[in-house]
Design a protein around this ligand. Sequence first.
Ligand SMILES: Cc1cc2nc3c(=O)[nH]c(=O)nc-3n(C[C@H](O)[C@H](O)[C@H](O)COP(=O)(O)OP(=O)(O)OC[C@H]3O[C@@H](n4cnc5c(N)ncnc54)[C@H](O)[C@@H]3O)c2cc1C
Length: 394
Amino acid sequence: MIDREAYCSGGLLNDCKQNYSYPIGFAEDIWSREEAERLLPLVEERLQPAVKEKHNLSVYQRRAERLGVSLLDVRQAHVGTDRSKELILRLRGELEARGVRFMLEREVADIFDEQGRAGVVMAGGETLRCRKVLAAPGRKGFAFLQQVMERMGIAYIDNVVDIGIRVETRLENYPIVTDYYDPKFLFPEKVRTFCTNSGHARVVLEQYHGFSLVNGHAFSEQRTGNNLANFALLKTIGLKNPVRSGQQMAVFLARLANEIGGGKPIMQRVGDFRMGRRSNSETFNDDLFSFPPTCPVSAGDLGLVVPAKIMRHLWGALKKLDTIVPGVLHPSTIMYYPEIKMYANKPAFLDPFFRVTDNVYMAGDGAGTSRGITGAWASGIRVAEGIGAAGLAH
Ligand SMILES: Cc1cc2nc3c(=O)[nH]c(=O)nc-3n(C[C@H](O)[C@H](O)[C@H](O)COP(=O)(O)OP(=O)(O)OC[C@H]3O[C@@H](n4cnc5c(N)ncnc54)[C@H](O)[C@@H]3O)c2cc1C
C-alpha cells in the first residue's frame, strides 16, 4: 500500500464520522441498496463503530415533511479528529499482521498496464511491478487520476459536482444536534445538509493547488465543547449538454472566491447577507455578533461569488431549515464559501468490480464510487472480490 502521506486517508483522519445507511456515502448510479447493504455489515465488523442514539426524530421529520423536505434516519458513529489516529494505527496493524507492506510518504506519479504487466511509477522514477493495481487516491487525487486516465486512454465522465457553503452557529441556534449527531436533510433543488459537527466543532481550510476550500470537523466527546455547531449545505450540479467538466467548474468558482477573498475563502454573517451588504471586520467583532469564527477567513459578500441560482437554492433551503430547527438563521450565524466536493471522476468500468483495464482497478472518492468512509470501504471490498474472482486472492 503506497501513500504520499504518513497517515493514509482523508476523513478517517479528519473527524471520522461513519454512516452505515444507504445511500449516504454511496454513488447511487453504481450501487444498489441490496449491494451496499450486503457489504456495510462487513465494514462495520472492521471499524467497530460506537453507534450514536437519536431522539425526537419523528418531531423533526413531521416538520420537514410539511415543507417538502426529508430527514433521513441514518445509523451513525463519530470518532473525532483527536482519536482518529488510534483507529488508523489499529487498522494498519491488522493489515501488517496479514502481510501488507506499507510505503508511506511516497508518491505515485503514474500507473501502467501494458502487455499483461501492471505497476506504478514512483515520483523520482522508480518502477514497481505487480499483478493488480488498485488506484484509490481520494478526492485530493482527482487531478492525478484524470491524468492517468487520459494517458491510459480510459474514458471517464466528471459532470457532477457539489457546491455550497459551511454554516457555523452557536449550539443553542441548532439544538437538533443534541438529538441527532449529523442530521441529513434533503431539500428540493438537490440541496442537502452534509457533515454536521458539534461538541468541539471547528471550520477548517483545505489547501489545493492555487486555492483553498472550507470544511468542518469535530473532536471526540473527550474534548471540552466550544458550544458551536457547523454543517455543510451543498447543491449537486449535474452538467448536461454540452457536458463539461464538473471539476473545472469547481476550480473556476473556487479560484474566483479566493481571488475576491484576497487569497482566502469568504465568510459572511447571516444578518449582513439578509440586508444585502457585505460583512467586514466590525461585523465580526461587534457585540451583537457574539462568537468569533473558528476559521477567520476574509469577511465579504457571498453575493459576489456564488452563482445566483446556487445561492437562491441554498438560501431557500436555509429558510426551510430555520422553520424545522428555529434559530439557525440567527444574524450571528456565519456562512463560509466555498465548500466544494470534487469526487466524481467516473471511469468507464469494465465490470462490477471497478476494473478499468486488464489489471488496474479504480475506486473510492477519486473514482466516484463513494462519497464517504463507509462507501469507500465497501468499494474496496468490491475490488477485492473482483481480484479474488480473478484467482489472485492469495
Ligand atoms: C477533511 C476531510 C474530512 C472528511 N470527513 C469525513 C467524515 O467525517 N466522514 C466520512 O464518511 N467521510 C469524510 N470525508 C470523506 C472521506 O475521507 C472519503 O470519502 C474517503 O476517505 C474516501 O476514501 P478513498 O480511499 O477513496 O480516499 P482517501 O481516504 O482520501 O485516501 C486516498 C489516499 O491516497 C493518497 N494519495 C493520493 N494521491 C496519491 C499519489 N499520487 N501517490 C500516493 N498517494 C496518494 C492520499 O494521501 C490519501 O491518503 C472527509 C474528507 C476530507 C478530505
